[in-house]
Design a protein around this ligand. Structure first.
Ligand SMILES: [Zn+2]
Length: 162
């Protein structure tokens, strides 16, 4: 799962008003830096250093971030926001990428041996699923269960609205 995306796949940094959008971008597989503590200057600096696209609802930050790529987010609703980012960059919704990045840490998750998650996931999940992945940062375990299905459904609904 690792190794892809550094050349073509856009990476983002979201301002303090866009925490929910940042979480969604991670859920659908886009590397997105977010911290509620970042100042405008921090965001501009990280964006420049890591070639990240700035996502912001702040006109002032748009001006400051002019040296790098920036998308001014119009809506206050995270579904509309996500759709705007996909439209502006002409990205294709890809359900296969869901949970390839940890929504909490923004780290790529990696496939792990089934045996290694025994006790870390509910017993019925362990009994019925074969493929697990794990966040190297927080240790959260991911699998394709009902939560995964519900997330895909939500994701697809966002794009049907458009
Ligand atoms: Zn994590």
């Amino acid at each position: 799962m690792s190794g892809q995306g550094s050349c073509e796949r856009p990476v983002f940094i979201a301002d303090h008003m866009l925490g929910k959008l940042a979480r969604w971008l991670r859920i659908v597989g886009y590397d997105t830096v977010f911290s509620p503590r970042f100042s405008d200057a921090d965001i501009a600096r990280v964006a420049l250093r890591e070639k990240r696209i700035v996502l912001t609802r702040d006109r002032g930050l748009v001006a400051r971030a002019a040296v790098t790529r920036c998308i001014f987010i119009r809506s206050q609703e995270h579904g509309d926001q996500l759709r705007q980012v996909f439209e502006v960059l002409n990205l294709t919704p890809d359900a296969g990428r869901i949970f390839s990045i940890c929504p909490v840490c923004n780290r790529s998750v990696t496939a792990v041996e089934k045996e290694s998650v025994r006790g870390a996931v509910p017993e019925y999940v362990f009994e019925t699923k074969e493929n697990f992945s794990k966040c190297p940062e927080c240790g959260r375990v991911f699998w394709r269960g009902t939560h995964h299905q519900r997330t895909i459904a939500k994701f697809m609904k966002i794009f049907r609205k458009g």
